[in-house]
Design a protein around this ligand. Structure first.
Ligand SMILES: CC(C)(COP(=O)(O)OP(=O)(O)OC[C@H]1O[C@@H](n2cnc3c(N)ncnc32)[C@H](O)[C@@H]1OP(=O)(O)O)[C@@H](O)C(=O)NCCC(=O)NCCS
Length: 195
């Protein structure tokens, strides 16, 4: 299921949207995924070491947002025999739907995370394309996101069409206490961003 280039064959990866009960069902895997990212130095809102209770509390807030319809939570699972944590949730991404009356065409892409054991096999890109597909179907045509400057996420985002709007210095604290810059990106899914 893994090609000679190390890529997962598209058929080996299942990307699905979870409902609130799905978040409960995959609670352990989601906590493990977030903890793996935070403890390996990713800038995803938390500082290491991430306590299980803190990760759990976070996923509860995601479940609530999924239930109220303001968050689309995608997970990537690897089919049996694919040798990358079979059946496990090995990646996730969120589409946060803006709720203000003047922003219902907009959404934020957030918490794009692939487990360290499954990186550089195309899962991050597959999640980004799935998020975009969801956004189109929901009429969310202006997508925004931010990420720590210099992280692997930047080439991922530009490779699927995001454009750099700019960077803000001293935006988020990293594990070593440094206040690092974040880069802000956008992608318009229609010509000129208009309906
Ligand atoms: C960013 C992240 C999601 C990428 O996931 P991934 O599954 O490894 O990414 P892919 O294999 O789909 O890579 C797609 C492209 O992204 C870029 N990329 C991904 N990882 C990279 C790395 N370590 N260095 C340089 N470019 C990288 C490349 O352009 C790559 O294309 P290529 O393999 O054809 O060269 C993953 O590194 C991760 O989970 N990081 C921690 C969480 C995080 O920081 N998320 C972003 C902020 S919310």
């Amino acid at each position: 299921m893994i090609s000679r280039t190390g890529r997962l064959d598209p058929g080996a990866v299942a990307i699905e949207a979870l409902g609130g009960e799905g978040v409960e069902r995959h609670r352990g895997a989601l906590i493990a995924l977030l903890t793996d990212a935070v403890d390996s130095g990713a800038s995803v809102g938390f500082l290491p070491p991430l306590a299980e209770a803190e990760a759990d509390a976070y996923w509860q807030t995601v479940a609530a947002a999924v239930r109220e319809g303001t968050c689309v939570l995608l997970v990537a699972r690897v089919a049996e025999g694919a040798d990358a944590g079979e059946g496990d949730v090995v990646g996730t991404a969120q589409l946060l739907l803006a709720t203000r009356p003047n922003a219902r065409h907009r959404a934020e892409v957030a918490k794009v995370i692939v487990h360290t054991k499954a990186r550089r096999r195309g899962l991050g890109r597959a999640l980004m394309l799935a998020v975009e597909d969801r956004a189109r179907r929901l009429g969310r045509t202006t997508l925004v996101l931010d990420t720590r400057r210099g992280d692997p996420s930047e080439p991922l985002y530009t490779s699927v069409g995001y454009r750099l709007a700019g960077a803000i210095p001293a935006y988020a604290e990293s594990a070593d206490g440094t206040l690092d810059p974040s880069a802000f990106y956008y992608r318009l899914l229609t010509e000129g961003g208009q309906r």
